[in-house]
Design a protein around this ligand. Structure first.
Ligand code: DGL
Length: 276
């Protein structure tokens, strides 16, 4: 395939479920000409409580599926997969792949004024200490405090974005961070931007909330530009432009996606990811 034809190929985006849609939404906004093939691993969500080996195996299978769809680049729109699997997969792949952790770490390091950053994420992401590793590469003086919030993903997947139950659980999780004087908080799981207003209410207006999705989409754009892969052709709205695949419960995913994305999604197809 020549460069021009490659430029018209879609970008692959994946997550354990619906969380990555917050990143896909940002990619749609910042690079409206790009086609997207999204995969949500709805049969195997959550990723956050599983081992590095399992998440690496899952991510490899998804990358194989996306390669088969002839994507030109891949975005791991999942912090847990970015933390556990990205380095290994990057070495094996012949197209560019980016994750969400590095871009999020960069913005947070730039945003903090008092050198105290909080990170909330899955058990896997927080246990990997990946955010503090990247942040301290930028500035070793910054203190990074992590807090795993394992109940947030099921609450988001249940649609309880603004609910007293979510308020109560978020208050318990976040008190340790609010008490420690952070001035910046990374939403280190792609599901969390959907409960941003709950988090905002608890941490207060003075704390800067960092959603890595924005910076990830910007990094993708820069990368595609650099590689000469940015799609120059405006896309028609239609079934071909954004395609969604899941490993289970396509109808539920479709309803959910339609509540998050500006463009109505026409359909989500179920595939057997274990075949990859
Ligand atoms: N949304 C994903 C993340 O960013 C994973 C959530 C999960 O499946 O546990 O980490």
């Amino acid at each position: 395939m020549n460069r021009e034809a490659m430029g018209e190929a879609p970008v692959g985006v994946f997550d354990s479920g619906v969380g990555g849609l917050t990143v896909a939404r940002e990619i749609m906004r910042q690079t409206p000409n790009e086609k997207i093939i999204y995969f949500g691993d709805t049969a195997r969500v959550p990723y956050g409580s599983k081992s590095k080996e399992t998440i690496t195996r899952y991510s490899r299978q998804i990358v194989r599926f996306l390669r088969e769809q002839r994507v030109k680049a891949i975005v791991a729109a999942c912090n847990t997969a970015s933390a556990y699997a990205l380095d290994e997969i990057e070495k094996e792949l012949d197209i560019p792949i980016i994750g969400v952790v590095k871009p999020g770490a960069k913005v947070a390091a730039e945003a903090t004024k008092n050198g105290r950053i909080g990170v909330i994420g899955t058990e896997g992401t927080i246990g990997s200490h990946i955010y503090s590793t990247y942040i301290n590469e930028i500035d070793p003086g910054i203190k990074v405090l992590g807090k795993a919030c394992p109940l947030f993903v099921p609450l988001v997947e249940e649609g309880l974005w603004q609910d007293p139950v979510t308020d109560e659980i978020a208050t318990r999780y976040l008190s340790v961070l609010t008490d420690s004087g952070i001035d910046t908080l990374i939403l280190g799981c792609t599901h969390y931007p959907l409960i941003r207003s709950t988090v905002r209410k608890i941490v207060g207006e003075e704390v800067t909330l960092v959603n890595p999705a924005y910076e990830t989409a910007r990094e993708l754009k820069e990368l595609l530009e650099k590689e000469g892969l940015l799609n120059g052709k405006p896309q028609e709205l239609g079934s071909n432009r954004y395609q969604f695949y899941v490993s289970d419960m396509a109808d539920k995913f479709q309803t959910f996606a339609n509540s998050i994305l500006k463009y109505g999604i026409l359909s989500a197809k179920t595939i057997n990811i274990e075949n990859y």
